[in-house]
Design a protein around this ligand. Sequence first.
Ligand code: SF4
Ligand code: SF4
Length: 323
Amino acid sequence: MRDTLFLLDKIRFPAIRRAKLETLQVNVGYRCNQSCFHCHVNAGPNRTEEMPGAVADLVLDFVKRRRIKTLDITGGAPELNAHFRRLVRGARALGAKVMDRCNLTILEQPGQDDLAVFLAEQQAEVVASMPCYLQDNVERQRGKGVFAGSIRGLQKLNALGYGRDPALVLNLVYNPQGPSLPPAQAALEADYKRVLGESYGIVFNKLFVLANMPIQRFGSTLVSKGEFDGYLGLLQDAHLDANLDGVMCRNLISVDWQGYVYDCDFNQMLGLPLLRDADKRVHLSDLLDDDIDGNPIRVAGHCYGCTAGQGSSCGGALKEAAE
Ligand code: SF4
Ligand code: SF4
């Protein structure tokens, strides 16, 4: 796979600083039952990195001590981590909202038969990747059989009340198939609701529209096809300063499976750690009694993926009315 960091690091991006920390996003490991083309984590069945119990304990301690509002759990398929359910239960018991970034097909994997019921009992918000409502497009990006498995997963969640009961939130995530900007979120959400509702009886709360990041597998493919500069140019041309205030790294930190801290999940995947005090790499244990509000954020060319057009964050478009 081709590295894109040396290309991204040459591109200037406006300086931004952290605001109040509200969300702790933890990547509990890179193992996944799928190997999607656009995966910015380069996750797959053969990855072995997995957050150990001691780091999971630290995460819960941090949620408690820093009164974190939201624990956002991602991977890989985060549910494959042995400590996933302990993290969910622990954070919910502390009053935090929990988000599970779920690939849907995990709900049918061996040993996960009760996963959907567990998530519903804990009232964990499910954020599920669904890059299109058409089978061909989903399977080109995510692999054969993934569309039908995803539909069954959504139906299972709906049967438990997800998407209907206000306490059981089900949001879907869309990203473009290739090197283009995502379409307007509100219009695409209406299309998804109509097609998935009419064809499969599926209901959900919101569609989050995300731009593809020019890193990992997707970035490498752009370089191989000679499309890297064109895609970066597209993102830069569409950049809006107004989106800078809303980028997710201002209120979130991303923690890797070993407990090291990054400004966001993309920086984690690029190996760009959050820095303080003359390049000292920060561990979550360093921040139990110390805050980082006002800290400069590590930016590079990929950050235009967050500020182009309607903007893009782990919660979808920053400005739904744009475009
Ligand atoms: S399901 Fe998600 S984590 Fe797994 S390979 Fe696909 S994009 Fe990556
Ligand atoms: S890529 Fe990460 S650091 Fe850059 S603007 Fe987006 S969230 Fe912030």
